[in-house]
Design a protein around this ligand. Structure first.
Ligand SMILES: Nc1ncnc2c1ncn2[C@@H]1O[C@H](COP(=O)(O)OP(=O)(O)OP(=O)(O)O)[C@@H](O)[C@H]1O
Ligand SMILES: [Mg+2]
Length: 330
C-alpha cells in the first residue's frame, strides 16, 4: 500500500436492501476517502443511510437483507466487498471496530464484562488466558472504569449506561483498530455522561492514531470533534469538506437546512429552530433528479430532471447541487 493512499476508500458504494415494501436503496452511490488518524463526522436526517453505510463497510448486512451490493470498499489494500466472510471476520474487531448506540443489545447479557473483552483479545490477537485477563483489566482502566479489576467480574446489567458504553469502547479498542466507527455512541446517555464518553473517544483516538467515523445527529459534537464532515441525504453524500468551512459556509441547500434545524450555543435564548419541511424520500422509489429538490427552496426544473453528481469544489470540498449557495465567508 502506498503511503499516500487513504486508509478507507469507498467507490460508488451501493447497498440495496430487501424489504416488504420493495428494494430500499439505502446506500446509493457513495464515494469517499478517509485518511489514517482522521475524524469524519457523518450527519443527515433519520433514514438517510448512515447506519447502513457503516454496516456495509464492516460487512454486517446479512445476505437475506442485502439484495444488491455494488461498488468498492478498499481498506488496507483489499476490497472488502469482495472478501469472504472468513476474511471479513479477521478485519472486523481487529482492524475496523464499531460501537453501536445501545450497548445493552451489543453486550452479551449472560457474560461478565471482563471475559467479553478477553474473548476479543484471544480471538484476534491469540493471547493466552492470563495475559488476556490482565489486558482486559488494563483496558477497563484506560476507559475510565474505577476499580477495574473488581468491575471486570460484573455482568452488563450491574453497570450504569455510561459504564456499559465504556465497556463497549474497551472492547472496540482491544485490538487497536485502525478505524473505529461509532454509530450514535452517546444518544442513550444523559448529557454529562455523553460529554465524558466523547472526551474518552477523542483521547483514545489521539493516543492510538486511529481514524474515527462518528455518526451523530449532534452538530455541536461534530463541530468539536470532526476534522471533516460528510452530509448524507437519501442514500448519497451530498456535501463533504473540512468541518469549519462546511459549517460556516454550506454550499448544498440541504446542509444549510440541516444547520438551521440544529440549536447553537451562540443563539439568543428562545431562538426558534427551523425544521426542514417535508420528509426525506422513500428510498424504494426516490425522485429522478436531485433527491432533495422536492423540499428545496432553490430547486428549479433542471434539479428535478437530472441528479447532480458530487463534484470537487476546491479546498477539499465537494458537493452535489445544480444551484449551490454562494460562499459567504471566503
Ligand atoms: N435491516 C433493515 N431492513 C430493511 N430496511 C432497513 C434496514 N435497516 C435500515 N433500513 C432502511 O434503510 C434506510 C436507511 O436506514 P439507516 O438505518 O441507515 O438510516 P440512518 O441514517 O442510520 O437513520 P438514523 O439517524 O435514524 O439512525 C431506511 O429507509 C431504513 O428504513
Ligand atoms: Mg442509524
Amino acid at each position: 500500500m502506498n503511503i499516500a493512499d487513504p486508509l478507507l476508500s469507498l467507490r460508488d458504494l451501493k447497498s440495496y436492501l430487501r424489504t416488504p415494501r420493495g428494494l430500499v436503496r439505502a446506500v446509493d452511490g457513495v464515494t469517499l476517502d478517509l485518511a489514517a488518524g482522521r475524524t469524519l463526522g457523518l450527519v443527515g436526517e433519520s433514514g438517510c443511510g448512515k447506519s447502513v453505510l457503516a454496516r456495509s463497510i464492516l460487512g454486517l448486512l446479512p445476505d437475506a437483507i442485502l439484495q444488491k451490493a455494488g461498488g468498492e470498499i478498499r481498506f488496507g489494500g483489499r476490497d472488502l466487498r469482495r472478501s469472504t466472510e472468513a476474511e471479513l471476520r479477521k478485519v472486523r474487531g481487529r482492524e475496523i471496530a464499531m460501537i453501536f448506540q445501545d450497548p445493552m443489545t451489543s453486550l452479551n447479557p449472560v457474560l461478565k464484562v471482563g471475559p467479553q473483552i478477553e474473548q476479543a483479545l484471544r480471538l484476534h490477537l491469540g493471547l493466552r488466558r492470563t495475559e488476556a485477563r490482565e489486558r482486559a483489566v488494563d483496558l477497563l482502566d484506560q476507559v475510565g472504569i474505577p476499580a477495574a479489576r473488581q468491575r471486570a467480574v460484573s455482568y452488563p446489567h450491574e453497570l450504569s449506561g455510561g459504564m456499559r458504553q465504556r465497556v463497549m469502547i474497551a472492547i472496540a479498542l482491544a485490538c487497536d483498530p485502525k478505524l473505529l466507527i461509532a454509530d450514535e455512541p452517546t444518544t442513550a446517555l444523559d448529557v454529562t455522561v455523553q460529554a465524558q464518553i466523547l472526551d474518552l473517544l477523542q483521547e483514545q483516538q489521539a493516543r492510538r492514531g486511529m481514524a474515527l467515523i462518528l455518526i451523530t445527529h449532534n452538530l455541536g459534537v461534530v463541530a468539536g470533534m470532526a476534522d471533516e464532515v460528510a452530509v448524507m441525504y437519501a442514500g448519497r453524500i451530498v456535501e463533504h469538506g473540512p468541518t469549519a468551512a462546511l459549517l460556516a459556509d454550506p454550499r448544498m441547500p440541504y446542509t444549510a437546512a440541516l444547520l438551521r434545524s440544529a440549536p447553537r450555543l451562540s443563539d439568543p435564548p428562545h431562538t426558534r429552530l427551523e425544521a426542514i419541511t417535508g420528509r426525506p424520500p422513500v428510498l424504494v422509489d426516490p425522485p429522478a433528479g436531485c433527491r432533495f429538490a422536492p423540499r428545496c427552496a432553490r430547486s428549479r426544473e433542471d434539479c428535478r430532471r437530472e441528479p447532480p453528481e458530487i463534484e470537487e469544489a476546491g479546498t477539499g470540498r465537494r458537493f452535489a447541487c445544480w444551484h449551490p449557495l454562494e460562499l459567504a465567508h471566503a
